[in-house]
Structures are given as structure tokens and as C-alpha cells.
Write a protein of this length. Structure first.
Length: 94
């Protein structure tokens, strides 16, 4: 098992110390940037009482993005299976 490295992350206006695998650091930092950028966008465009409101909005937005991506991948898998069946049928016919 690979050694975990500690990093400090900031979500909204709070700092957290977490431990991650070194190869995941870039992905974690990109995800944090996306989350914090989205918090800023929501703060600019929508009224909220406090940071928790914006973090909740971003959580909902991010989860929706993941769900949409999963649906797309599921649709792509079905399309790929259909294309493979068609290819197999064409190979038989030729």
C-alpha cells in the first residue's frame, strides 16, 4: 500500500487537512478549483445567507454533473454494444 501524503485544502472559506495518495493530488486540486470557482459564481449570481448555502448549491450542482455523466456513459455503452452486434452481423453476411 502506498503512503498517503497530507495536504491542506480549502473549500469555501474553510481549510481542511486531508491525506491522499500522491497520484491523486492533481485530480483533487483540480476538483477543489472547480468547486471553489463554482462557489464564487453562485455567490455572484444568487442570494444566500452564508457560505453553507453556497456549498450546498455547489454540492447539488456537482452531483448533478456526475449523474449526467453516468447517464451519458451508460448510453455510450449501449450504443457500443449495438454497434458491435451490427459489426458482427455484417461480418457474418460478408
Amino acid at each position: 500500500m502506498q503512503e498517503l501524503i497530507p495536504i491542506n485544502v480549502i473549500v469555501g472559506d474553510r481549510s481542511y487537512r486531508i491525506r491522499i495518495e500522491p497520484q491523486n493530488e492533481e485530480v483533487v486540486r483540480k476538483t477543489l478549483k472547480t468547486i471553489n470557482d463554482q462557489i464564487i459564481e453562485f455567490k455572484t449570481n444568487f442570494a444566500g445567507k452564508d457560505m453553507q448555502d453556497y456549498v450546498a448549491m455547489v454540492l447539488l450542482w456537482y452531483a448533478t454533473q456526475v449523474q449526467s455523466s453516468d447517464k451519458e456513459q451508460s448510453g455510450n455503452k449501449e450504443l457500443l454494444e449495438t454497434l458491435l452486434k451490427m459489426e458482427h452481423q455484417l461480418d457474418k453476411a460478408l
